[in-house]
Ligand binder design. Structure first.
Ligand code: 3PG
Length: 218
């Protein structure tokens, strides 16, 4: 299994996906993969979410499927059984830390304050999701967190759009961003997979600043 930092470096944007009809799962994942977006976060927000993870993991070979909106300890085992290879949570509590460690599912936990960062780092997590990123202070918050926590890498998520993603990706403590803009509800409902592939292609072409510097120094 890949670790969270490896997953975060695969692409600049992790789509946050809500699937409410199982028949959307495979074509939606294929549309994203066709646009170059392979790491997918399927949120546990609908009754078909686990089944969607299962069918995508089974049928869309290039997809790297994770589970989002983990908020209960039991979510870890259910997600692993469905075929998820990583998890994302909006926050972190001691019972989620224990369940993550017991299950072995790599976790990208959510934080929103310096105390959250300290607690997450003490629990062994150095890759964190700032959530909800825009509402928590956005670019200014991430820059400020870079002072006391230079060893932490963030995936800000929440309130980020195609227009603002480049500004987040330009920060040196941001490896990737998360967002739902790649999978607009109307495009999913109408089966407009071509539009989703276009959005994915545009997102996949963005470059995190840290990655550009690393590549330039090779
Ligand atoms: C969410 O919780 O749905 C994610 O953070 C995505 O947020 P967004 O819809 O603002 O991109």
């Amino acid at each position: 299994m890949m670790n969270v930092l490896e997953l975060m470096r695969i692409g600049p944007v992790i789509p946050v996906i809500v699937i409410d009809r199982i028949e959307y799962a495979v074509p939606l994942a294929r549309a994203l993969v066709a646009g170059g977006v392979r790491v997918l976060e399927l949120t546990l927000r609908t009754p078909v979410a686990l089944e969607a993870i299962k069918v995508i993991a089974g049928e869309v070979e290039e997809a790297i499927v994770g589970v989002g909106t983990i908020s209960r300890a039991a979510d870890f085992d259910a997600s692993l059984k469905a075929g998820a290879v990583f998890g994302v949570s909006p926050g972190l509590t001691p019972d989620l830390v224990a369940a993550a460690k017991d299950s072995g599912l790599p976790l990208l936990p959510g934080v929103m304050t310096p105390s959250d960062v300290i607690a997450a780092r003490s629990a062994g997590f150095q890759q964190l999701k700032l959530f909800p990123a825009q509402q928590a202070g956005g670019l200014g918050m991430l820059s400020a967190l870079g002072g006391p926590f230079p060893d932490v890498t963030f995936c800000p998520t929440g309130g980020i759009s195609a227009a603002t993603a480049p500004e987040f990706l330009a920060l040196k403590n941001v490896a990737c961003v998360g967002g739902s803009w790649l999978t607009p509800a109307d495009a999913v409902a109408s089966g407009d997979w071509a539009r989703i592939t276009t959005l994915a292609r545009e997102a996949a072409a963005l470059r995190p600043a840290g990655m550009t510097k690393r590549m330039a120094s090779r």
